[in-house]
Design a protein around this ligand. Structure first.
Ligand code: GL4
Length: 795
């Protein structure tokens, strides 16, 4: 390998400005500086990347492949700078050119190639895999348009296309030589033993590589994203006949595949293009994986020994039949052997139990697009039934292809993402398959990378921690335990509280400048940020706020704890109920914020366009973390972990990873309310449960009445009748039944926040005891329990 001397960052920036972008410092615009700094940082990442790739080849180590339709990576420049420990050098290098570090970082577009938690988890995992030194690739789609940009008009969500690639993107390397043909449709021929699929339509998948560097630049893995291209980009014949639209059609069609991310988080739409995207990602990834394997190892029977493929939810589940097709049809292995090798290689993570999210495809659509795969699925299903005579459920019931069942049968391990979720998998969706394969389901509780979610986003807290216990916590987060003795020291605790206050001041200033929203940093900053969904119950939060407002109005001098309620989150464009909740929050904020009687004590704001970058601003400044989903519905949550780590105690239900967070931080440092998952199921069977809850709680009744009668929508009094009808009627997510206890927990929060020292102690215990929620711990769990993969870093 070529060894080159690493130039000082300042020189590298100037070099790139000059020779990569053709600008001198006098004429460079902000984007030029951002690109020059990014390239200077990227050069150093590339050094680590080559070294890692070399080590992986030389050792013949097992490789991990993470297949995911979503990678919510956000900005990458600060990540690179922080992991390479270049913060000070970057700041002073830019200062030499009179450029502000933060302004340069803020110029980078936020890559939103994912919807929410599932995609962000994939991004945290990539970073942890690199930090640990586990040889790995992420495979995904290079969407031209990531998740839509959200704005509000009259309080309503407006969606605009996200154009993250319209600004220059510093991190990817195009690999025009790495291309695979991906087929769709056509027919299957049978000649004796030889079965062949002849696709009718083909597109090309082209690779774009982004290196992902780990802590201290000790290792870097690759995120390989596929972009669609036409095989014959231009129909010259059509052009020559003057049909210019038809001439350009092949190109347009192929590019459509990687054009947009589906903006639904937990609902499945069964659209043809989505299935094409799934096969496009999976087909290209498998071909790439097998090419690499063949080059290095040859003997295909060794595949499970050298390759672990993780399916991030069922979206890449077609990997099962596709691998069987390649091994059986193309390489001639017996069917049973092909299935066994595929199963030895694949494992599957389930991320939700919501029935509307469980992928199932109409068999005629599926068969039309993937005619050979549907035959193989039938064969897989049939042999599985033969071997398990007591089985009653099929992956091919009701003229559908059930991707959850298929994934389970084709995986050697199936994991849930929190302890509660994993147990519920065993008793609900996968009850039968779990009985047949009792060792297959394992739990790997989610985690978050402490580099991005503490070191980078909260430098003041990170600084205090490092000063107190040294820096080993950065890649060994459970070291945070060693903060506990400091919590007893009131001078230290004051400093801890001071850090939070400074973060709140910074957020207030930013909100003032950006949205004209003026918030007193002494208020309690109460934050709920996540996708909009009924099960996440943002409407429970706003109803409680309305009730609280009514109570303050009645009795303004009762010594209320001043509170700022912050919301952020996007609703799927077709999820009208969730969009109504957004509008209700905005409308309620308008009325309540304008009330001179109450606005010292209660303010509400919904910040637009929630994304990774906004989360990085809000998490360090939060006092209270709202994790209030209906128990049994949130598989894990990962925002909950980010808040706890940054010293925001949770008000929450016993749902998802909240359960484990409470166990770790201690019940006395967590505001618990609401029914358990079991109680939820029981309560649903009670007739008129919502009405009963409303009758029992006059505050709830009054808040609902205000919503129903248009108190917040005077120009259109009926606007929220739908929400009121829903809550007073079926109330599937049990907003009314949990309201009273939520109110109680919130008043406990109010009282606790008044005790400044006591609150700081609680916050600090959340930080000190959240070390277990590092995605490094999660990844080590996958490596040990599922992948049988090893770290290639010493020590
Ligand atoms: C999700 C879950 O809803 C969320 O609880 C979990 O933290 C995340 C990562 O495991 O996966 N499942 C889907 S679908 N979207 C999510 O965010």
């Amino acid at each position: 390998m070529i060894q080159m001397k690493t130039p000082p960052l300042r020189d590298a920036i100037l070099r790139h400005l000059t020779y990569s972008f053709g600008k001198d410092p006098e004429h460079a615009i902000l984007e030029d500086w951002r690109m020059a700094l990014s390239y200077a940082v990227r050069d150093r990442i590339v050094d680590a990347w080559f070294k890692a790739t070399g080590t992986t080849y030389d050792t013949g180590a097992k490789r991990v492949y993470y297949l995911s339709m979503e990678f919510l990576i956000g900005r990458l420049l600060e990540d690179g700078i922080v992991n390479l420990e270049l913060v000070d050098e970057a700041k002073s290098a830019l200062a030499e050119f009179s450029k502000d570090y933060h302004e340069v970082l803020a110029d980078e577009p936020d890559a939103a190639l994912g919807n929410g938690g599932l995609g962000r988890l994939a991004a945290c995992f990539l970073e942890s895999l690199s930090t640990i030194g586990c040889p790995a690739h992420g495979y995904g789609i290079r969407y031209e348009h990531g998740l839509f940009r959200q704005s509000f008009v009259d309080g309503r969500q407006i969606e605009q296309p996200e154009l993250w690639l319209s600004q220059r993107h510093a991190w990817e390397f195009e690999r025009p030589e790495v291309r695979y043909r991906i087929g769709f449709g056509g027919h299957v021929t049978n000649h004796g033993e030889t079965v062949r699929w002849h696709p009718a339509e083909e597109v090309e998948a082209e690779a774009f590589d982004t290196p992902i560097v780990g802590w201290k630049g000790r290792w870097a893995n690759t995120l390989r994203l596929w972009s669609g291209r036409a095989i014959h980009p231009f129909d010259l014949d059509a052009f020559n006949h003057g049909d210019y639209a038809r001439a350009a059609a092949p190109e347009a069609l192929a590019r459509t595949i990687s054009r947009v991310l589906y903006p639904d988080d937990t609902t499945e739409q069964g659209k043809e293009l989505r299935l094409k995207q799934e096969y496009f990602l999976t087909g290209a990834a498998l071909r790439d994986i097998l090419r690499r394997f063949d080059n290095q190892f040859g003997d295909i029977r060794k595949l499970p020994e050298k390759v672990a493929i993780q399916l991030n939810d069922t979206h890449p589940a077609i990997a099962g039949p596709e691998l069987v097709r390649i091994l059986h049809d193309e390489r001639g292995l017996p069917f049973d052997d092909a299935v066994e090798i595929a199963r030895g290689t694949l494992s599957y993570t389930n991320h939700t139990l919501l029935p509307e999210a469980l992928e199932s495809w109409d068999e005629s659509l599926f068969g039309r697009l993937l005619p050979r795969h549907i035959q193989l699925i039938d064969q897989i299903d049939y042999t599985h039934a033969q071997k398990n005579p007591s089985r009653t459920q099929s992956m091919r019931a009701d003229h559908q292809v059930k991707m959850g069942q298929l994934s389970f049968v084709m995986a050697h391990h199936v994991n849930g993402v929190s302890a509660l979720h994993t147990e519920l998998m065993k008793t609900t969706v996968f009850e039968e398959l779990h009985r047949l394969h009792p060792d297959r389901i394992v739990n790997e509780t989610n985690g978050v990378t402490p580099r991005r979610w503490l070191l980078a986003c909260n430098p003041a807290l990170a600084g205090l921690i490092t000063e107190s216990i040294g820096e080993s916590w950065v890649d060994d987060l459970e070291q945070l335990e060693r903060l506990e003795p400091h919590i007893q020291d009131s001078a230290w605790l004051d400093r801890y509280a001071q850090v939070k206050r400074e973060n709140k001041v910074e957020l207030s200033n930013w909100m003032g400048q950006t949205y004209g929203l003026h918030a007193d940093p002494d208020m309690l900053f109460d934050v709920q940020i996540k996708r909009m969904h009924e099960y996440k119950r943002q409407h429970l939060n706003i109803l409680e706020a309305i009730a609280h407002w009514q109570e303050i109005r009645e009795n303004p001098d009762a010594g209320w704890t001043p509170r700022l309620k912050l919301f952020a989150g996007k609703a799927a464009p077709g999820y009208f109920f969730a969009k109504d909740i957004i509008r209700l929050i905005n409308d309620a904020a308008t009325v309540i914020n304008a009330d001179p009687v109450t606005n010292k004590y209660l303010k509400i704001a919904f910040l637009p366009n929630y994304n990774v970058t906004l989360a990085e601003r809000l998490v360090p400044a939060a006092d209270l973390s709202e994790q209030i989903s209906t128990a049994g519905k949130e598989a894990s949550g990962t925002g909950n972990m980010k808040f706890a780590l940054n010293g925001a105690p949770t008000v929450g239900t016993l749902d998802g990873a909240n359960v484990e967070i409470r166990e770790h931080v201690g019940a006395e440092n967590f505001f618990l309310f609401g029914m358990t998952a079991e109680e939820v199921m029981e309560r649903r069977t009670v007739e008129s449960h919502a009405r009963k809850a409303i009758e029992a709680d006059p505050r709830l009744a009054a808040a609902l009445k205000a919503v129903r009668e248009g108190r917040f929508s005077p120009s259109e009094p009926d606007r929220y009748r739908g929400i009121a009808d829903n809550l007073e009627g079926a109330d599937y997510f049990l907003v009314c039944s949990d309201f009273t206890d939520y109110w109680r927990a919130q008043r406990e929060v109010d009282a606790a926040f008044k005790d400044t020292q006591g609150w700081a102690r609680m916050a600090a215990f959340n930080t000190a005891r959240s070390g277990w929620f590092s995605s490094d711990r999660t990844i080590r769990g996958y490596m040990h329990d599922i992948w049988n993969a090893k770290s290639l870093l010493q020590g």
